[in-house]
Design a protein around this ligand. Structure first.
Ligand code: HEC
Length: 183
């Protein structure tokens, strides 16, 4: 009886060692390393806001708004405003254009089902720009690469990752600071 138990425990130990060995080889596989490298973010980058970045152009602000409130060109329920594609071609493959989905974390005028991980951006101009608490350049940098202000930010990195162009960051920034009528 005893001997049987010892043998059983012994084989259990051997089998768990075998499992441990398998896991180690998976972690060390060159393929896994490649995937980890690919997912690594480029280092934080400080940006200078481009000349003529801030705009009151209605269509530019519409594009910024659309990027703010939508996830991508496939999920969006309404077509994008002129100048903003629904699909893009990456490595010869047609893919839905990624948008900002900022509403996942921020409430703002007209937001549907917003998240609250990030600060509420209602009346942003009145509360933050007109009071001098924030500059346009600050907001541009926050949206481009927030790690410059908070290395551990949970916010998405939008310019350094190439998710958006500087022009698109300008349009999103212009939308955030624009006066809004909706509640
Ligand atoms: C995953 C959550 C998340 C997403 C998605 C997100 N943010 Fe943020 N955002 C945050 C958090 C958290 C902060 C607070 C500061 C920090 O931690 O960086 C913040 C801060 C900000 C601020 C600064 C407010 C201030 O003056 O203090 C702005 C502006 C902003 N976000 C705009 C955006 C825009 C535009 C998008 C979409 C392109 C976006 N955020 C997407 C989480 C998010």
């Amino acid at each position: 009886m005893r001997r049987g138990l010892v043998v059983a425990l012994g084989s259990l130990l051997v089998s768990s060692l075998a499992v441990a060995k398998d896991l180690r080889s998976a972690v060390e596989s060159p393929d896994a390393t490649k995937i980890l490298q690919k997912d690594k973010l480029p280092p934080p980058k400080k940006y200078k806001m481009p000349k003529g970045c801030m705009t009151t152009d209605k269509l530019a602000i519409e594009r910024g708004k659309y990027i703010f409130h939508n996830l991508n060109g496939k999920k969006a329920k309404t077509p994008p405003p002129p100048g903003l594609p629904k699909f893009v071609v990456v490595n010869g493959k047609k893919k839905p254009k990624q948008y900002g989905n900022c509403v996942a974390c921020h409430n703002i005028e007209g937001a549907k089902g917003p998240g609250n991980v990030g600060p509420d951006l209602h009346n942003y101009k009145k509360h933050f720009i007109d009071t001098g608490v924030r500059t346009y350049a600050y907001v541009y940098q926050q949206i481009a690469d927030a790690r410059i202000y908070n290395p551990k930010t949970h916010m998405t990195i939008n310019l350094t990752t190439g998710l958006f162009t500087p022009k698109e960051i300008c349009e999103i920034t212009s939308y955030v600071v624009s006066p809004k009528k909706e509640k």
